[in-house]
Design a protein around this ligand. Structure first.
Ligand SMILES: [Fe+2]
Length: 352
């Protein structure tokens, strides 16, 4: 695979070098600039950042003279990526913001979407996750607008790539929220995987599965506001402490107030502790008022907590955990409970 990539890169570089020579001979400055900026992208992929910077800056000088906004946006984007990858975040941010502004000015939806995505990745590395997700959402909307002109660019491929980026950003954010202790480590990933299996068992479509997966990664986001000594208390919580913990679904929503998602994840975050019989929190929803996505993550969350060792008790075996959940069947709809049982025995699902 790596050698195939290398061979393709070699071929691409040869092509861009030859095209650049032809452009120079023909006196076509614009084509020459395009060759340089595309060659710079290959250098970035090969992690040759000095070569990439040289070519991108030469391309930018050409486009500057010609005054081509959309091409300048492309060159700025590559420069931003180079600075991001070489640990110069302030410069990277400035170049990527310029790329977005130039793309907007040139009404180039594709360039705007791509620059937004790269800036999102920068913000992620800086821990600015809310801003990263806002930009990914913007990029998602922009790629969506490109759909009508799908014959011009590979929109479907770009959309799939963007959704993979989205997933990676949300997943890493979720994982970064898990405390480093062994008790909760891996919780989000396990809950996400089993929740998707439950969603499949319920026959939910791909979009709903993505909703469940991303919601599972972020379901306990609001716990960052719960004091550490309460979260890690090795024993039963007092009434006051439990009231603080019960705020975490609302705090999660507050932290995401300015973030929109292409998928409807917020119900999962707000309502994963609601119960079908109306005894849950924070809103004491009842029955089908609780979205299925939230019920799925809710039941899997309980199962994962039971099957994980806690400071005050050993882990339950899968069978013992299932028996305990069975005693509380009223907490979930019949359909969700059955799908959960079906998902637990699906091949590929770890039962630990
Ligand atoms: Fe929770």
């Amino acid at each position: 695979m790596a050698s195939a990539d290398r061979a393709r890169y070699d071929e691409a570089e040869r092509y861009f070098r030859q095209s650049h020579e032809i452009a120079e001979r023909a006196g076509d400055a614009y084509l020459g600039g395009l060759c340089l900026v595309n060659h710079a992208k290959v250098h970035v992929a090969r992690e040759r950042y000095e070569d990439a910077r040289r070519d991108a800056e030469s391309a930018l000088a050409v486009f500057d003279q010609l005054g081509v906004g959309s091409a300048k946006a492309d060159a700025y984007r590559v420069l931003g990526m180079i600075y991001r990858e070489t640990g110069r975040p302030a410069l990277a941010e400035s170049r990527l913001k310029s790329a977005i502004e130039l793309a907007v000015g040139a009404a180039s939806v594709l360039n705007e979407a791509e620059a937004s995505r790269e800036l999102a990745l920068l913000y992620q590395t800086m821990g600015r996750n809310q801003e990263a997700l806002s930009l990914l959402n913007a990029a998602h909307r922009l790629f969506g607008r490109l759909d009508a002109r799908a014959h011009l660019v590979h929109v479907a491929g770009k959309m799939a790539e963007l959704e993979a980026t989205y997933l990676a950003v949300v997943r890493e954010w979720g994982q970064s929220l898990e405390s480093a202790d062994t008790y909760t480590f891996g919780h989000c990933e396990r809950v996400a995987q089993l929740s998707v299996a439950v969603a499949r068992a319920l026959g939910l479509d791909a979009d709903a599965q993505t909703t469940v997966r991303l919601g599972a990664y972020l379901h306990d986001l609001g716990k960052v506001r719960v004091p550490h000594e309460i979260l890690s208390k090795p024993g039963p919580l007092t009434r006051d402490e439990f009231e603080v913990v019960q705020m975490h679904p609302i705090w999660g929503i507050e932290l995401l107030a300015k973030v929109e998602f292409p998928w409807d994840l917020k119900p999962v975050i707000r309502w994963h502790h609601e119960r079908y019989d109306g005894t849950g929190y924070p809103d004491r929803l009842r029955g089908d008022e609780i979205p299925v996505s939230a019920q799925i993550v809710g039941i899997v969350d309980v199962y994962d907590a039971l099957t994980t060792t806690r400071p005050y008790r050993p882990a339950f075996s899968p069978a013992a955990a299932l028996a305990k959940i069975d005693q509380c069947r009223g907490h979930w709809s019949e359909a969700v409970f059955s799908a959960f049982c079906a998902a637990l025995v699906l091949p590929g699902v770890s039962r630990r």
